[in-house]
Design a protein. Structure first.
Length: 257
């Protein structure tokens, strides 16, 4: 028996109809409905729109390079999706970018999420460029899937499940942002939104697509602040280690109940 699917929001630029067509066909093949979120095309943003949420001064303090217009647009697109979850009062929804491909039956993913024995706010369902990362904690949910905490949260926002409470918390934490959206999600000690993964991933990033972010940047390459990056990496490594330990301790406590 097929489980009822959760709401799915697909972020897609108006300038990318071919991506929408391919994404629609891939979801339709599994009888999955979705709602399109019109992505924010960074290249067309005015100077005022660019700094609505993005803070250049904060960026100099928190990141090792300025964000491109495309990255700012990408972040604003995800905030639109989070706002839709809150406005529609969804218990949770899945937010996807339009460069995905399916490598398993998503209805199995939906059913497994419903089985989760813990409260959650954000679950990664794919990884940036399908990369791997060391795992700090893994708990079997059924014969197929494990709930996983990586030593550092996975990058990329190709596909993730976000709860109502998670969306509210993320909107509040990112009203002013200074880093790419997936980098901010890694800073769980700031957002206070723990990041889990449901593995194995049944969604992968389709690497045959060129990045819309790069194409939409409208800016030249910028000089990276080398020593700034090294300092931030050191400081964030310590904060991340502590936060990850706290997330795992909280999971253990819930699983014992």
């Amino acid at each position: 028996m097929m489980n009822e699917q959760p709401p799915i929001y697909l972020i897609n630029l108006d300038q990318s109809p071919e991506r929408l067509e391919k994404s629609s066909a891939r979801l339709k093949a599994q009888n999955i409905d979705f709602e399109r979120i019109s992505g924010v095309y960074g290249k067309t943003l005015s100077d005022t729109e660019l700094i609505k949420n993005y803070q250049p001064l904060l960026n100099r303090d928190r990141f090792y390079r300025p964000l491109s217009k495309g990255e700012i647009g990408c972040y604003m697109s995800h905030r639109k999706a989070w706002q839709a979850i809150v406005d529609n009062k969804h218990p949770y929804a899945i937010v996807m970018e339009d460069d995905f491909r399916l490598v398993g039956d998503l209805h199995d993913v939906f059913a497994t999420i419903e089985q989760l024995p813990v409260k959650w706010q954000l679950i990664k369902l794919a990884a940036y460029e399908n990369r791997t990362r060391p795992i700090a904690f893994s708990h079997p949910i059924n014969d197929t899937f494990n709930l996983v905490v990586h030593k550092k949260a996975m990058t990329g926002c190709c596909a993730q499940a976000i709860s109502y409470e998670g969306a509210k918390a993320l909107l509040a934490a990112t009203e002013r942002f200074a880093r790419p959206v997936d980098t901010d999600l890694q800073h769980v000690w700031e957002t206070e939104v723990p990041v889990y993964s449901l593995m194995p991933y049944y969604i992968e990033q389709d690497l045959d697509f060129d990045s819309d972010i790069g194409a939409a940047s409208g800016t030249k390459k910028v000089k990276k602040r080398f020593w700034k990056r090294k300092w931030l990496q050191l400081k964030e490594k310590m904060a991340n280690k502590k936060a990850t330990s706290q997330i795992i301790d909280a999971l253990h406590a819930q699983l014992k109940k």
